[in-house]
Design a protein around this ligand. Structure first.
Ligand code: GDP
Length: 292
């Protein structure tokens, strides 16, 4: 597998979540809307499978709205599961969360039976930003700091609504190869854990297939979307490098620099709002992975 990233202290988190979940009414999983399948942690399903679930497709401002809707429909078709799209510009995230949790656990609420919610998410999905905006404080530490141990914290969002932040760190568990690439492209994986050329080439392969007109709009390659889609991925990377001046002395394209450019453009949404996997694609990758 090209990218594997699953540090050992996950088992501590697993123990802590299993313990906490006994007194929880709804489990919120914050996902990156650009890669909902790959930014989920399959262990979470195992640990909390019997609890109602709210999937937050976060950073929806960066994702393809058509695909965000497709993922929401896909989750909403599952039992005891609801999904909403969210991003940091949402003016009242707390209200939306409370509404959704009430639908999932209608018997909870009121001071005698406060709603008890656990919020989970792998690094970089925007969980800290969301918690901070709900609690009105700079409580949760934002940004990636691999290995930082976080103490369990309870945040009171309303008199009868308690939110527990995940004890420990929940790492992505990369069970299919494509998920590794998508997590790396999204910026969720430490830079030294992957090869930028490979990640950029995988990203381009996907963009050629699904977002060729956006590539043309961004890089002005002067060829049709069909021709972009037909290019070999390293030809496309070379062309982009040439167009954007990633050239070494002697005129050869600096592919490393071109790869960095493409990844940066994807991460700051300069290419456009893009989602890296559809529900059907993700299911197919999972099925393929299981056959191996
Ligand atoms: P965590 O690791 O899940 O706690 O993620 P953070 O809250 O630290 O966010 C990771 C990065 O994503 C930070 O640079 C945030 O500013 C950014 N971010 C968080 N939420 C959003 C969002 O809704 N939209 C966009 N565009 N960026 C976001």
């Amino acid at each position: 597998m090209a990218i594997q990233w699953f540090p050992g202290h996950m088992h501590l988190t697993r123990q802590a979540i299993t313990e906490r979940v006994k007194e929880i009414d709804v489990v919120i999983e914050v996902l990156d809307a650009r890669l909902p399948g790959s930014s989920a942690n399959p262990l979470l399903q195992e640990m909390t499978g019997h609890k109602p679930r709210l999937k937050i497709l976060n950073k929806q401002d960066m994702a393809d709205p058509v695909q965000t809707k497709a993922w929401m429909d896909w989750y909403n078709a599952q039992s005891e599961t609801r999904a909403i799209g969210l991003d940091a510009s949402e003016p009242a995230p707390t209200k939306r969360l409370i509404e959704q949790c009430k639908l999932l656990a209608p018997s909870r609420g009121g001071l005698a039976k406060p709603m008890r919610v656990l919020i989970c998410g792998v690094p970089n999905v925007g969980k800290s930003t969301l918690i901070n905006s709900m609690s009105g404080k700079t409580q949760a530490k934002t940004g990636n700091e691999a290995g930082v141990t976080k103490l369990e914290q309870r945040i009171v969002l309303a008199d009868d609504f308690y939110l527990w932040d995940t004890p420990g760190m929940l790492w992505p568990r990369i069970i299919v190869e494509k998920s590794g690439y998508n997590l790396a492209a999204s910026g969720a994986v430490g830079r030294n854990a992957y090869d930028e050329d490979l990640v950029a080439l995988e990203l381009l392969l996907y963009l050629q297939k699904h977002y060729a007109p956006m590539l043309e709009a961004r890089y002005k390659l002067g060829i049709s979307a069909e021709d972009i889609a037909a290019l070999h991925d390293d030809e496309l990377l070379t062309l982009i490098g040439k167009k954007r001046g990633a050239v070494m002395s002697g005129g050869r394209v600096n592919l490393q620099k071109a790869a960095e450019l493409v990844l940066t453009d994807f991460r700051d949404v300069s290419i456009g709002r893009i989602t890296l996997e559809t529900p059907a694609e993700f299911e197919a990758w999972l099925a393929e992975g299981q056959q191996k």
